[in-house]
Design a protein around this ligand. Structure first.
Ligand code: AP5
Ligand code: MG
Length: 205
């Protein structure tokens, strides 16, 4: 199974992707997580990406496509994969068509005011990549034991620019995938398990 999770920043793509990837035994490919790993390791790619990510701008298409092409060759992608945060531009979506067929695109819909409160309370684990929300998880450490941190691009000003960038560059993908007959929209403004059930229902169709 080859899936794309589409949606604005804070929609819950990562939260839901972890659950679905585990359930269907497919690889979870988050281009955002891959870029953050490059930044942590201080690689040339990470250094190039950091300035853009911290301003809420997109990383160039050719950089992302290079990363994705080599990632899907890995052994854990044999059974399929789930793209979280990719593609993000029409150019990326068109390039993906030449690389791999996709079975379904799940568009997670959440009202903008909810997105801002979700992102401002988000806490991440640098070790296992788990995500939490400060309002429901007060601990300073992840369940795996490592310390939680707040993403540099989760500051309110950057979040607002990420939302503008989403509207301008990523939202057009909704129409792109509607026209391909691949898009399924799910209400992401519900309990995490309710959203998970709605996504599973689409995937069982
Ligand atoms: P990326 O890491 O992909 O960030 P994003 O798309 O902005 O999305 P987020 O990770 O912020 O949100 P999410 O939808 O995953 O929500 P989450 O599950 O965490 O990209 C970061 C940057 O990298 C980009 O800005 C860009 O610069 C660059 N980049 C990445 N990919 C790129 C590409 N393809 N091309 C170019 N540049 C690229 O949930 C958010 C919070 O809400 C959490 O606290 C969570 O616990 C909580 N939550 C989730 N679901 C619910 C729920 N149902 N109810 C209540 N709370 C919930
Ligand atoms: Mg994410």
């Amino acid at each position: 199974m080859k899936l794309i999770f589409l949606g604005p920043p804070g929609a819950g793509k990562g939260t839901q992707a972890v659950k679905i990837a585990k359930r269907f035994q497919i690889a979870h490919i988050s281009t955002g997580d891959m870029l953050r790993a490059e930044m942590r390791e201080g690689t040339p790619l990470g250094k190039e990406a950091k300035g853009l990510i911290d301003r809420g701008e997109l990383v160039p298409d050719d950089v992302i496509l290079g990363m994705v092409k080599s990632r899907i060759q890995k052994e854990d992608c044999k059974n399929g994969f789930l793209f979280d945060g990719f593609p993000r531009t029409i150019a990326q979506a068109e390039a993906l068509e030449a690389i791999s067929a996709i079975d379904r695109v799940i568009n997670i819909e959440v009202p903008t005011e909810r997105l801002i409160s979700r992102i401002s309370g988000r806490r991440m684990c640098a070790s296992c990549g788990a995500g939490y929300h400060a309002s429901t998880y007060a601990d300073a450490n992840c369940k795996c034991g490592a310390a939680l941190y707040q993403r540099e691009d989760d500051k309110e000003e950057t979040v607002r620019n990420r939302l503008v960038v989403y509207e301008r560059q990523t939202k057009p993908l909704i129409d792109f995938y509607v026209k391909k007959g691949l898009l399924h929209t799910v209400n992401g403004n519900a309990e995490i398990d309710t959203v998970d059930a709605a996504i599973r229902a689409v995937l069982m169709k």
